[in-house]
Design a protein around this ligand. Structure first.
Ligand code: ATP
Ligand code: AMO
Length: 434
């Protein structure tokens, strides 16, 4: 199969072997056309019934849409063909026939609901506008990795089967680990922190996180991709700078390398990388601004978390990516450091897209005694976290970092309505396969 020519590379005046899926069959009587589709595009195969070998005509006309064919023949220019070229076949091989009844129409002529699409992702990703999302997602991850490299961060991989949870707000998935209770990891939080005290100093990880989120929402998954960063000798403002750099790099990578995909998605005119610095609002400013919009039912007071409607009201008001800084300590996790001059105020921050939260981060508590106290205050057993806290006794530098939701980044970048559109095989309350 290595001698195969992609549809987009089949040059008129040559003979070529193309292979792909039957996108469409048009039988006009004396002549029929098979439109063959591969990852690069489409090419027309001309079946002139009187001109071609009978067996070959029969093979061509017996085939159903979405079957996989190999077609060998001469490539010619043909103005009336969808892509301006066509193949006159010398040989057609049906490599993999498709059933006449398809659960989903990859030509896109018949719309399908999201659950049907997710049940039949192989067929769904034959649609250029669906495939484009995942080409863009891959570009986002490539650009993000490059941005981390430019920041001198080292990629790490940490365990996904763990003994303890870290993110209080969300439930854990328990599993049985050789007779012991274990959990699917909610965040690489503690592991990445342990690595800033190692010889690596600055690390990143792109990997799955598992959250037993209670509700079905368009922006929560039960298995998501977290893009995590952590650096020794950074404070929270430097972590925010790195966050901004990485998010902008993702947009720039897509703007620079995904012109075709953006066009396929109809986003060429509207897509633009964020320019200028992301505004940084304190939590106090944020709640004042939200209250001033008059868009929410209950006035927010200090200490309240931001509801979805509050996030939307503020997002509309700000109108671009922004940070919310200086959150009340009591609503941030134990590992976030408080400001030295005000223990009620944390160094925690969130980075927001106008429509939702994309990132949480902050400077971390690196002093052993304060860290252990924090556990106790949040009702956690420091003993269960000893593997983590003890390393803070052997030289743990000040450090800061953040976690960015990969699917939320892609979703907000492309204006997708449901986060499931940004995952090939999403996990939600109903969905465990495929
Ligand atoms: P994360 O869960 O990672 O912190 P998030 O955007 O879900 O990110 P939260 O602080 O959990 O942030 O939630 C923000 C607000 O979103 C909550 O105050 C709540 O009103 C709303 N919210 C969160 N989860 C759900 C959910 N599962 N269903 C409906 N609303 C939710
Ligand atoms: P947090 O819990 O806010 O912070 O998660 C960080 C980011 O991950 C994404 N995210 C999700 N995306 C889809 N579905 C989910 N269920 C889901 N949960 C989280 C969001 C969110 O902003 N340890 C900290 C990070 C840190 O401080 O470094 C943490 O996990 O985009």
């Amino acid at each position: 199969m290595q001698d195969r020519t992609y549809a987009a590379d089949a040059d008129p005046g040559t003979s070529a072997t193309v292979a792909g899926w039957v996108h469409e069959i048009r039988d006009l009587g004396g002549i029929a056309f098979l439109i063959l589709r591969d990852t690069t595009g489409k090419i027309q195969v001309k079946i002139e019934k009187d001109e071609l070998d009978e067996a070959l005509v029969e093979t061509a006309l017996d085939v159903h849409r979405e079957s996989v064919l190999r077609v060998e023949g001469d490539v010619e220019e043909e103005e009336r063909a969808p892509t301006g070229v066509e193949v006159t076949p010398d040989d057609i091989e049906v490599i993999a026939p498709a059933d006449p009844e398809l659960p989903l129409d990859p030509s896109g002529k018949v719309d399908a609901e999201l659950p049907t699409r997710l049940d039949n992702r192989t067929l769904d990703l034959r649609k250029p506008e669906v495939k484009a999302i995942f080409e863009i997602r891959a570009e986002v991850l490539r650009s993000v990795r490059e941005a981390f490299r430019n920041l001198d961060a080292t990629e790490i991989n940490t365990p996904k089967i763990v003994a303890t949870g870290t993110e209080g707000g969300t439930e854990l998935f328990p599993i049985t680990y050789f007779g012991r209770e274990a959990f699917m990891n909610q965040s690489p939080q503690l592991f990445k922190q342990l690595m800033v005290g190692s010889g690596l100093e600055r690390v990143f990880e792109i990997g799955p996180i598992f959250r037993a989120e209670e509700h079905n929402t368009p922006r929560h998954l039960n298995e998501a991709t977290s893009i995590d960063f952590e650096s020794a000798f950074y404070d929270h403002t430097e972590a925010m700078d790195a966050c901004e750099t990485v998010v902008k790099a993702a947009y720039e990578g897509v703007a620079g390398n995904c012109a075709d995909e953006l066009e396929t998605l109809g986003l060429t005119e509207v897509f633009s990388a964020p320019e200028g610095d992301f505004p940084r609002l304190t939590y106090e400013e944020a709640i004042e601004r939200i209250n001033a919009t008059g868009e929410i039912d209950d006035v927010l007071v200090w200490g309240d978390d931001l509801s979805t409607e509050a996030e939307h009201a503020l997002g509309q008001d700000v109108g671009e990516h922004y940070f919310i800084t200086d959150w009340p300590s009591e609503i941030k996790p134990f590992y976030i450091k408080d400001h030295d001059d005000d223990p009620e105020l944390s160094t925690g921050f969130d980075m927001m897209h106008p429509s939702m939260e994309l990132v949480s981060g902050g400077q971390r508590e690196h002093r052993h005694d304060h860290l252990v106290e924090g556990f106790e205050q949040q009702g956690l057993d420091p003993g269960a976290f000893e593997y983590y806290t003890k390393m803070f006794k052997y030289g743990m530098p000040p450090h800061a970092g953040w976690g960015l939701g990969g699917e939320r980044l892609v979703m907000t970048m492309l204006g997708l309505e449901n986060i499931r559109e940004a995952v090939i095989f999403p996990r939600d309350r109903q969905r465990l396969s495929p």
